[in-house]
Design a protein around this ligand. Structure first.
Ligand code: PMP
Length: 358
């Protein structure tokens, strides 16, 4: 005993799970000048946000405030919810993982649309639960009727990604409320609103309004997109107490650095300026969308900071063509390409690549 040459035993659930793939970077000094592959914000942090973290290095020998007290209170005030209903985490993907871990294990089912955010199948399998993927409609929108019909006794959690990554499409209030009415109260519905601040369709509901009188609804938000803090890894959930408390239990201890907490608070206080930038990105989105339509492409309505082109077999060729034009995009082989709205110069390069490819 103790002398075998085998490998440590790992959980069977991990077999065959692909490692999460980050968007391809723009090669420094290479032909690819702009990264439009990860739905990041092209603007650098605001001066006030940078100032808020200038002295932070001096405290790196100390652990951060584990309860994220200031950030939690700022969020509670902003949304008019009790602080006990806020849970912060290592990006919203960290919170999504905790939500699955808190609700689901082997034998349980997690429902979500497909295609959607590529982390959902990975974090579901890590928990040992089973993914139930419900295809999007022809119009690339969540098929909420089919999702309701997919609910079984084993369903523990349902993700509704609104707007949806990578299609940018969003579900509207009436259909989402009708869906929520059909979900049993012991099934958690997670409305993932990573791109909420880019929504302009007033029929698309604010998940936090839906959460207020529905104990089984949790909302995920992030500082990575509109707030431009992707590199700092901070997101939050708004959920009723048992769920929020479970999130606090299952979170990685000290998962949100003090740097991230301070920058997030400063960003909330600079919200007017940040949302002004979001407005510019939305204007660019409309320009890119209209440009693609004028070129003859069929593009789904997008409410996020990216556009989706369904290209099927031509996907990888199109991505290569974009790189020749200096932009790196996000291809999903055999399906389509997701292109982040970036600087107008980058968007122009993308439009040029699309025009030539058409
Ligand atoms: N949800 C969705 C729908 C996303 O697209 C992303 C980022 N790609 C995330 C969550 C995770 O973002 P973060 O962990 O940076 O908050």
């Amino acid at each position: 005993s103790g002398t075998s040459t085998g490998s440590p035993k790992l959980r069977a659930e991990l077999d065959g799970i692909p490692t999460y793939k980050p968007g391809k970077p723009a090669a420094a000094g290479g032909p690819v000048a702009f990264k439009l592959s990860s739905n990041e914000n092209p603007y650098p942090p605001l001066p006030g946000v940078m100032e808020s973290v200038v002295g932070a290095a001096e405290t790196f020998n100390r652990y951060p405030d584990m309860a994220c007290t200031a950030l939690t209170q700022e969020l509670a005030d902003r949304f008019g919810v009790p602080a006990s209903h806020i849970a912060t985490g290592t990006g919203s993907v960290g919170i999504a993982q905790s939500l699955i871990q808190s609700t689901s294990g082997p034998g349980d089912e997690v429902i979500y649309a497909w295609r959607s955010f590529e982390a959902y199948p990975i974090i579901t399998r890590i928990s040992g639960a089973t993914s139930v993927q419900v295809p999007l409609t022809e119009g690339e929108v969540h098929d909420l009727d089919a999702m309701a019909e997919a609910i079984t006794d084993r369903t523990r959690l349902i993700f509704v990604c609104n707007p949806n990554n990578p299609t940018g499409t969003a579900v509207r209030r009436a259909e989402l409320e009708r869906f929520l009415d059909r979900v049993p109260s012991d099934v958690l519905v997670v409305i993932d609103e990573a791109y909420r601040e880019f929504v302009r369709d007033t029929e698309v509901p604010d998940g936090i309004e839906l959460y207020r009188n529905r104990p089984n609804v949790a909302v995920l938000r992030t500082f990575s997109k509109a707030y431009g803090l992707a590199g700092l890894r901070v997101g939050f959930a708004v959920a009723h107490e048992p769920v929020a408390a479970a999130l606090r239990k299952t979170a990685v201890p000290f998962g949100v650095s003090q740097l991230a907490q301070d920058a997030a608070v400063a960003s909330l206080r600079a919200e007017d300026e940040l949302l002004g930038r979001v407005g510019s990105l939305v204007a660019e989105r409309e320009r890119v969308h209209a440009g693609l339509v004028a070129q003859g492409w069929t593009v789904a309505d997008t409410q996020a900071n990216f556009v989706w082109l369904r290209l099927g077999e031509r996907t990888m060729d199109f991505a290569a063509e974009c790189e020749r034009h200096g932009v790196v995009v996000r291809p999903f082989a055999g399906e389509g390409v997701r292109v982040t709205i970036g600087e107008s110069e980058a968007n122009d390069l993308f439009l040029k690549a699309a025009e030539g490819f058409r």
